[in-house]
Design a protein around this ligand. Structure first.
Ligand code: AMP
Length: 305
């Protein structure tokens, strides 16, 4: 089954303590769509300006990513610039230019309206809701968000949460949205705001998954020695989860989400190995399967030595 992915399509500048690169392809939808495409066909929704490379459209089409929902208009593509501190976990936004995003009102092609799985990658919650409004009874809606929307669009976000099956957010955002210091309390509180399931990402420390009552799952992160660029790891995690569910599952159960979370973590671990989408572009299904198996054996605790 296909997954519809909506979010930002961006040109990024990224500075880590050791390197800086500009004019990189980025954006939540680009990471999410490419990650999802390893498991299921993708229908991409977004907007780009006249400065956006044609070659990217050809690349998407070569990867089962349908670009019928990507608007191309006169003007400049959304631009974002961020700088990481030494731990590569904390990041500051240096600049942001909405450009063509300023007047973006996604209008879905008729053929997209019956998609069963949806990934609302990080963009303003009002735009995420606008996409949902155009869908005909989706089966499973995954949404990502960020601190900016918790701080500036809280009522839109609260309204969206009531329409979402799985919310993915990082630990600081979970604490910010609930005002809880405990992530366990935060995960359970967020479920009461609407989502059936909540995934809390903890960067290099893995992720937590919350479902009904005592449904709980915790996974570590793949042990990487070298991280070059953490940008897009969260979007890739979300894309990996949503793509896996769309590609393999009819009715989503907690056991499916546990597996999806491992695939999300595997994809995110590849993403950070290089700047921008470079590692994901050359990634193979075989490499994903191999890392998934390693992940599995690393997580066993009842083993004969
Ligand atoms: P992540 O590292 O997973 O949080 O995602 C990084 C990507 O999000 C970058 O490629 C940015 O272009 C994009 N991004 C940053 N700020 C925003 C925003 N306010 N809305 C949508 N996308 C954004």
């Amino acid at each position: 089954m296909s997954v519809l992915v909506v979010g930002s399509i961006a040109i990024d500048t990224v500075k880590t303590p050791v390197e800086e690169h500009s004019d990189l392809l980025g954006g939540s939808a680009c990471y999410g769509a490419l990650a999802a495409s390893f498991f299921s066909p993708v229908r991409l929704v977004g907007i780009v300006g006249s400065d956006f490379p044609d070659s990217e459209f050809s690349f998407w089409e070569s990867r089962k990513i349908d670009t019928g929902g990507v608007q191309r208009v006169n003007g400049k593509t959304f631009r974002w610039s961020g700088e990481y501190s030494w731990d590569l976990n904390t990041r500051e936004t240096r600049s942001i230019a909405l450009n063509v995003f300023d007047n973006f009102k996604p209008k879905l092609p008729e053929t997209y309206r019956q998609t069963d799985f949806i990934l609302l990658a990080n963009i303003a919650p009002s735009l995420q809701a606008h996409v949902l409004d155009q869908m005909e009874s989706p089966r499973f809606v995954v949404a990502d968000t960020m601190d900016l929307w918790i701080e500036t669009a809280r009522s839109d976000l609260d309204a969206l949460l009531r329409r979402v099956n799985l919310l993915i957010l990082n630990d600081s955002e979970a604490r910010e949205i609930t005002k809880e210091t405990s992530l366990i309390k935060a995960g359970r509180r967020i479920r009461k705001m609407g989502p059936e399931y909540v995934a809390i990402k903890k960067g290099e420390h893995g992720a937590l998954l919350f479902g009904e009552e005592d449904q709980f799952f915790s996974c570590g992160a793949y042990p990487l020695e070298d991280i070059h660029d953490p940008t897009g790891a969260g979007d890739t995690f979300a894309g990996g989860m949503a793509g896996y569910l769309a590609g393999t599952v009819k009715t989503v159960r907690f056991s499916d989400l546990r597996k999806a979370m491992i695939y999300g973590s595997v994809l995110a671990s590849f993403c950070v190995e290089a700047f921008s989408l470079e590692r994901l572009r050359e990634l193979s299904v075989k490499e994903i399967a191999r890392r998934y198996e390693t992940f599995k054996s690393m997580s066993q605790f009842e083993v004969s030595v």
